[in-house]
Every structure is written in C-alpha cells, then in structure tokens.
Design a protein around this ligand. Structure first.
Ligand SMILES: Nc1ncnc2c1ncn2[C@@H]1O[C@H](COP(=O)(O)OP(=O)(O)O)[C@@H](O)[C@H]1O
Ligand SMILES: [Mg+2]
Length: 254
C-alpha cells in the first residue's frame, strides 16, 4: 500500500458545519470549523463535553454528512466519494482509535491488528514491527479479555496503523484508562509523530493528555475558538490554566 503523499497536507478542514435536527429543535454541533494539520503534527482538540469534539473527529473521518464545508485528507475531498469509495478510502488512509478500544473479543491481539489489512507480502513483518513498537509483542497471542486496558488500547493503535494511514484520529483515547496507562498512550502517540512522521489528531478534555501535543486546539460551542502550543514542559497545571483562561474570554476577543 502506498505511503501518504508528501505533496498534500494530511488534513484540511474548511468551513465545516454540522447540525443535528430533532423534531422541532436543531442542535448546531459544529458552526464553521477551519483546521489543517502538517505532516507529523500531533494536534489535540480540547473542549468541554458537548463542545463538538467527537462530531468534528467523525467529520474528519467521513463518518457524518456535513451541512457545509469540506474535509480533505491527503488531497482527497471526502465529499466527492460515494459510500463504497469512502469506506475504501477510510480503510486505507484514516486510522481510527476510540475510547472503548473496539477490539474483536474472539481474536488474539495479533489477529486484531492484522484484521483491516489486505493479505500482502510483508504483512507479517509489519504486524511484528507494530507489536514491538507498541510494546505488546509478548502479549501477541492473548485475546482482549486477557489484556489490560492500556494493552488493549495499544493493540487498537497498532490496528489503526497497519494500513499505514495518512492520519490517525483518536477520540478520548485515554478516557477508559488509569493515569499511568493513559500517559503511556500519550507518550506513544507523541513518539509516533516524532519517529514516523505520523499525523495525529486526538480529542480530549484532559490537560494531562493535551500537554503532549504540538498544538492544542480549543473548542467551544461548536467552534475552534483558539489554539496554543503547550511547549515542552509537560505541565498539566500550565495547560489547564492556559485553557481555562481562553475559555473565560468573551468569544469576540479570542
Ligand atoms: N447523533 C446526535 N444527535 C443529536 N445530537 C447530537 C448527536 N451527536 C452529537 N450531538 C450534539 O452535538 C453537540 C456536540 O456533541 P459532541 O460532538 O458529542 O461533543 P463532545 O464530543 O465535545 O462532548 C452536543 O450538543 C450533542 O448533544
Ligand atoms: Mg465526545
């Protein structure tokens, strides 16, 4: 499978708007989001519950129809693909990681990782490399039920990377994990962006996740209202106060 092309930005989000209509009410989940990611960038989208983070991640993955705007992944405008093309594109170019791991319980760690990949020469080596890199090689034949939460999430990240996607999208990847396991996941995401030039967008409400990012994008009421670089200090207090400060400002000034 071809590697992400260097000619295109891995991710472009332009004027994305998404409404959910129920009988007489309409909820505007996203009201005009613009965002782009550079190759190898680790972006964290931070916002309160209901601010639109998951909806934005789903939009980036082409998992939801948009009311306006477009998402372009590695040069491909998702809105120009039909359902079958979109499913194929997603499988090849978008790696997805969720809070709940979503592994198949009857398959070993190794077979879960292998699952989305077409049989091809070199797949065994690729899976072995991912097992090593995610530090789960000795757990390869265990089923998810015999793995810790952190190990399950590392299997899910390996599965998301097995097709060598242009971008890795993670929705609250540490939301089901204790502090130490969550920090291990963050460190791995950080290292993958550095070592392999992986472009990663993760969603969280936790400062101790956001502190690992190259760039923190702050969401409020369906809009990305501000962004900042957390710097290298990895101080969750500093990130939390920066974030709270931005949220306290009136919308017009941020
Ligand atoms: N499938 C849906 N149907 C109706 N409303 C939804 C749906 N998904 C999200 N919403 C609404 O859109 C807003 C943003 O939700 P979401 O993107 O899940 O926020 P977050 O992930 O930041 O908690 C919320 O008001 C939520 O209730
Ligand atoms: Mg959410």
């Amino acid at each position: 499978m071809s590697s992400p092309s260097a000619r295109h930005a891995p991710l472009l989000v332009e004027g994305v708007r998404k409404e959910f209509r129920r009988q007489r009410t309409t909820v505007t989940a996203l009201s005009g989001v613009d965002l782009s990611a550079s190759p190898g960038e680790f972006i964290v989208i931070m916002g309160a519950s209901g601010s639109g983070k998951s909806t934005l991640l789903h939009a980036m993955a082409g998992l939801t129809d948009l009311d306006a705007g477009r998402v372009v992944i590695n040069g491909q405008d998702l809105s120009l693909l039909n359902d079958a093309q979109l499913t194929k594109f997603r499988g090849q170019q978008i790696g997805l990681v969720f809070q709940a791991f979503n592994l198949l319980p009857s398959l070993s760690a190794e077979d879960n990782i292998r699952l989305p990949a077409p049989p091809e020469s070199g797949l065994n080596e690729k899976v072995a490399g991912l097992l090593q890199r995610l530090n789960i090689a000795e757990r390869r034949s265990h089923k998810p039920g015999a793995l810790s939460g952190g190990e399950q999430q590392r299997v899910a990240i390996a599965r998301a990377l097995v097709c060598d996607p242009a971008i890795l999208l993670a929705d609250e990847p540490t939301g089901s994990l204790d502090y130490d396991a969550g920090q291990q996941i963050c460190q791995i995401l950080h290292e993958l962006s550095r070592e392999q030039g992986r472009t990663i967008v993760a969603v969280t409400h936790e400062p101790n996740v956001a502190m690992w990012a190259d760039r923190v994008v702050v969401m409020r009421d369906g809009r990305n209202i501000a962004e900042f670089s957390p710097g290298g200090s990895r101080d969750p207090q500093e990130v939390a106060s920066h974030y709270q400060g931005l949220l306290r400002q009136p919308l017009e000034t941020v």
